[in-house]
Ligand binder design. Sequence first.
Ligand SMILES: Cc1cc2nc3c(=O)[nH]c(=O)nc-3n(C[C@H](O)[C@H](O)[C@H](O)COP(=O)(O)OP(=O)(O)OC[C@H]3O[C@@H](n4cnc5c(N)ncnc54)[C@H](O)[C@@H]3O)c2cc1C
Length: 376
Amino acid sequence: MIDFRFTEEQDMLRTAAREFAEEVIAPLVPQMEETDEMPEEILRGLGERDFLALGIAEEYGGVNLGHVAKMITIEEVSRVSVAVGMMLQVMHLGIEPIVAFGSPEQKKKYLPKLASGEHFATVGVTEATGGSDPTGIETTARLEGDNYILNGRKVFITNAHVAHVAVVLAKTDEKEFSAFILSKDMPGFRAGRWEHKVGMKGCDTGELIMEDCVVPKENMIGKPGDGLKVCMKAISEVGRAGMAAVGLGLIKACLEASTKFANERILYGKPISRLQGVQFKVADMYLDYNAGMLLSYRAAAMKDRGERCDVEMAMAKYYVTEAAVKAAKLATEIHGGYGVMVEYATQRYLRDAAVLNPSAGTGDIQRIVMARAALS
Ligand SMILES: Cc1cc2nc3c(=O)[nH]c(=O)nc-3n(C[C@H](O)[C@H](O)[C@H](O)COP(=O)(O)OP(=O)(O)OC[C@H]3O[C@@H](n4cnc5c(N)ncnc54)[C@H](O)[C@@H]3O)c2cc1C
């Protein structure tokens, strides 16, 4: 049976996320644009509203509403601020490896505080040696007694500064990759520089540095050699779902700004929404939102059913993030000269859209996943 309707519970969640976005986040967007920092009250609000607990079981303090629920929340938040949506999606990404592969002890120790928002999470895979090829990383983990000693530097990590907990990929041997749960109270583990991006102002992106970082060996997720599976499954199925949701929020924002402006802007004695050229642009955005929405929520529903969905997630991530770039461009064009003035959000949408391609794997990597599926 195909049923494209959301449940009543999911509709209520969407309303709650929209209220949070409009009442708490929207007034703080100009401040984020100015300072490139994430206000404390937004981070606190994510935990207070249970938005971080959606993927965590009740026994660990979560509300267990699943992947569609996470997508709804991220989409609604991103409609107002892509920066907040991005941080929220990577918090879920950091939680996922512990939920999917963590031992009962690891779940008991880390999940309750991640569910409540007392702690935030991230995933650290990318290094300066290249993100598309995770086997190119150079971070090492050397076993000494009951601890692993980690040395290395992760780059472009979302939530690098705010996260207390990070799932980090390291080499336990020349060709053996393992995943570890690190926390900021471990000696030798800290955030490095804060990266300033063209867009997503306020979103925490930076380095994670491990200098003789002492990690108890029980903090390895799975066994030695499981690292690529643990990290890449989370990135390909949860990180890409998150990026699709961020992109959907951005397309919706572009569409709403465009229709409002087109109905209000008078040229030749009538609103420009009457001009067919403007209507075509709106139609393209409208179609892209709907097509992207179907792709994305189908993939999230598959994940909720426990089905393999990496190819569907790659399609959703690729389609939506490309469409978001197009929507931002069209929205800016519809606004004429106003579109590039800082008082109008369209210039922010353009800059935010530029950040969507590399996050959770570039568009090329998604096309490789799709091509492999199509050709096999
Ligand atoms: C805002 C932001 C947030 C991020 N958050 C995180 C995070 O939280 N955790 C984390 O671990 N990483 C994070 N990343 C890193 C992200 O995953 C990488 O940037 C991404 O995987 C690309 O890696 P790279 O930047 O090293 O580019 P490269 O891998 O060097 O790629 C360079 C170019 O080569 C192309 N290319 C690479 N391989 C192929 C191929 N096989 N075929 C064709 N073309 C190819 C790419 O598409 C790209 O155009 C984030 C990045 C950004 C920008």
